[in-house]
Design a protein around this ligand. Sequence first.
Ligand SMILES: [Zn+2]
Ligand SMILES: [Zn+2]
Length: 381
Amino acid sequence: MVVGKAIVAREPTPSSTINWSLEEVEVSSPGDDEVLVQICASGICHTDILLTSVPSGSFGVAYPKVAGHEGAGIVRSVGRNVSDIEVGDPVLLSFYSCSSCSECKNLHPAYCKDFAVENYVGQQQFTSAHDSNELLWSSFFGQSSFAHHTIAKRSSIVQVKGLLQHDDELQTFAPLGCGLQTGMGAIQNITNAGPDDIVMILGLGAVGMGALMTAKIQECNAIIAVDRDMARLDLAKTLGATHVLNTSDPKFTTLDQAVRSIFPDGVSIVIETTGVPVLIEKGLQSTHTRGKMVLIGVPQLGYSLSVPVTEHINSGRAILGCIEGDSVPQIAIPQMIQWYRQGRFPFDKLIQYFNATDFQKALEALKAGTVIKPVLVWASD
Ligand SMILES: [Zn+2]
Ligand SMILES: [Zn+2]
């Protein structure tokens, strides 16, 4: 058992829709298929905010809980069945998969039959409040990285021993396990975009920027970056965008009109990361024959996309859902690290570090749009 700090999310209230606080918790010893990780840094992803701001019961969510699903740290103890990880190993954290269902066996672990319950809900057995012994929900995405110490499932772990050039790189690599991997995989796995493609990316958060850098690596013919923030659009240009569209520009009319003023036939691939209904709808209309739209951004609960079916049949368009870029983290993360070393995936430009004690500042910066990927750093002791 270890005692340390964790960010505990309690049920939202009308005055506090994100009800997080730094608390002292007790973390148990790892079970047979788990390891205890001392976290050095945790990335904040929008799913952490979404799944701690919904009422109890939505998506199966229960409170109080420890969220966090991007992280890096050092293994402090290992369970009986874990034979390929040792105490002292540096690891990164990503999502959980069962390793045995048909999707897992076919190397599509993001579509594991247990994905939603194990990743979004977690378990109520490893972590408790130090003062009250109240059991907390943890094992979020099989790990709950918003804690100085946490229990992680073997399948959520990416071993990076041998991939680090120095210890400080663990902090840099902490956010690779979700958003960036999702954007990367949307290009590489889901659409297999290449030199014939005109790619449009809606929304320039970590997912959109991951897709953008990968589209550049894949030598796509053109890359249109769309956002309402000029600073992000300027950054997108340095990362490979050939065109940018600013939706907050007074001259901006509709997305499909703006796209067709550049490419009259439309684009071949749309990566939708905003969840904004009008962008989803106009994004689909911006694609040309046999175009693909990949849906990643989560719209408001209950939203349905209406599709004119006959037109859709004749166009040959495809609408594709995307979880985690259909990635295998143990393959995708070493790939991104390799590209980073080659200077082709400079995701470090998206990161801003905060002390874990300053998590409120990180949340405010994310909400204000002044930071793309906040990473919380846990003091070593
Ligand atoms: Zn599975
Ligand atoms: Zn995420």
